[in-house]
Ligand binder design. Sequence first.
Ligand SMILES: Cc1ncc(C[n+]2csc(CCOP(=O)(O)OP(=O)(O)O)c2C)c(N)n1
Ligand code: SF4
Ligand SMILES: [Mg+2]
Length: 351
Amino acid sequence: MTYIAKPKFHHPALQPNAVGLTHRDYEGSISTLCAGCGHDSISSAIMQACYELALPPHRIAKLSGIGCSSKTPTYFLGAAHGFNSVHGRMPSVLTGANLANRDLIYLGVSGDGDSASIGFGQFAHSIRRGVNMTYIVANNGVYGLTKGQFSATADKGAKLKKGAVNKDAPIDLCAMSLQLGATFVARSFSGDKDQLVPLIKAALEHEGPSFIDVLSPCVAFNNHDGSTKSYDYVRAHNEALNQLDFVPVREPLTADYPPGATTRIKLHDGSSVTLRKIGADYDVSDRVAAMNFLYAHDIVGQIPTGLIYVDERPDDMHAHLGTCATPLNQLGDAELVPDQAALDRINASLR
Ligand SMILES: Cc1ncc(C[n+]2csc(CCOP(=O)(O)OP(=O)(O)O)c2C)c(N)n1
Ligand code: SF4
Ligand SMILES: [Mg+2]
């Protein structure tokens, strides 16, 4: 139950991270989701990523819409800022918060219904505006919270538990993000924490719109034969492109890789991403090739996972708009309330 606080046992062997916090400091309330729901694994990956990056939870703002997936921010980062918005409206609330205070780290958590059905327009505009955020969709192909109707990411030909077949074309949120200008695009699977945790770390540190589509099976309504979002189906069709190691700017590079097996991408802030190639020959810096790659795999029923695209020199909405660097809550009346002379100047400029 969400109102029951987790007992605070601190095992003496719990290792503190670089800011002196342990795993427990990144947890939230007890999850009320179904046992085995993929969404709980995503929460656990988010906690792991924030612990490893040593992010102070109070520097993070976690926002969501409505759905089982959108409930999950309650179950992680209990000390972060949180806003559970209206169904499909998380992106505009996040955009507004980010405009008012660019100093926080913005994490949007949503579902395939929340982002590809009712919130599709909101999703699209937050990406095309270049909001600096990590946008995670826990994608199970159904509206889990309202008992498992098809969402807009359900594949053509996929079957519901009682046999209904989806006849509509699916929306691929990674392909859409690429087309809309996201500067970091990835896909992963809730059952592959080794792949997911470094992707979340890299996305959180990326200074532009980052999008991660995480296939996250709904064990109650979409985990049967005939589903294309079940644990078995995703495992059988997963084409891992690369395995990623993310090293933030403040940490030294310690891992040693055999030459030729990896590609190291140095990012503009000094952090780096090391990619171990697993699947096809693939260039993560080519947006058009990434779009073609996704489409070519989609038509043969494969699910490419890993880092799909990254722009090493991203910019964001604040750069587009030329906003001031100081969060609005730190400005006084002198900066926020224009005097009569300033209003007269503005009015004169519009005549
Ligand atoms: C305006 C509005 N319309 C419809 C609903 C009903 N509703 C609640 S959650 C949901 C879909 C959630 O699906 P998704 O975002 O995929 O989350 P999941 O539960 O699958 O994680 C719907 C249609 C609502 N809460 N508000
Ligand atoms: S109904 Fe599905 S999505 Fe919702 S908690 Fe249960 S398994 Fe997860
Ligand atoms: Mg869903």
